[in-house]
Design a protein around this ligand. Sequence first.
Ligand SMILES: Nc1ncnc2c1ncn2[C@@H]1O[C@H](COP(=O)(O)OP(=O)(O)OP(=O)(O)O)[C@@H](O)[C@H]1O
Length: 247
Amino acid sequence: MPAMLQVEGLSRRFGGLLAVSDVALDLQVGQVHAVIGTNGAGKSTLINMLSGELAASTGRIRFDGQDVTGWSQHRRARAGVGRSYQRTTIFPEFTVRENCRLAAQAAFARPWALWQAATGCARSNAAAQAALEAAGLAHEADRIAGTMSHGAKRQLEVAMCLATAPRVLLLDEPLAGMGAEETDRMLALLQRLKATHAVLLVEHDMDAVFRIADRITVMVNGCVIASGDPEHIRRDPEVQTAYLGEH
Ligand SMILES: Nc1ncnc2c1ncn2[C@@H]1O[C@H](COP(=O)(O)OP(=O)(O)OP(=O)(O)O)[C@@H](O)[C@H]1O
């Protein structure tokens, strides 16, 4: 199957620091591709370049066959590149449904329709409902988002991402701070979503990564030191030394 998102020779420099160095990566529908690595390895910088929040210093990003390296974040998002953040980014005083509708409205902005009530935007409402159902949150639709558990809030962030109709999901530590049950629920969600999306997962929870990932890329100091299926990564001596320890 051709890659939905394809990265070649991607680097990012911050002054004298090479935060991401010559990274190559493929994301395919049907796969969760996990990127793991020590603190400061360059994982968030990589996601920020894929989403368009940060410009690449060198290299190329292709999405669905098109070179999107020079595209803005908004243009990539509209084309189908969705992302979630390390820190919770919901609107706590709004309902779960309103959060999803706002995410959809931001993605499908129609400046010429300013006179229409936002609540009446059929496309955003439909996208919000579909996202809630896909994320398993339809039964929580009318709940005030701020009153939900930490795990449910992270699930809502994935739903907000889904409301923008993405084909690629870039997820930055979606399991951070979760208990065992919440982790199980999120992994079940990712397992369902990968059937229709290409998923990039940046995550520190190694047990979860080895449960869910179809492919793992390991970064150290900005460089990819290994990439392959979980068994290959588990056995790689360089990965063992640099990162995994007992896993
Ligand atoms: N805007 C910036 N300006 C300067 N240096 C930066 C900037 N963003 C990141 N860095 C540096 O780039 C390196 C990679 O950071 P990055 O946040 O991508 O790592 P990470 O793998 O996501 O780490 P963590 O697991 O702790 O989130 C670090 O040394 C960091 O200090």
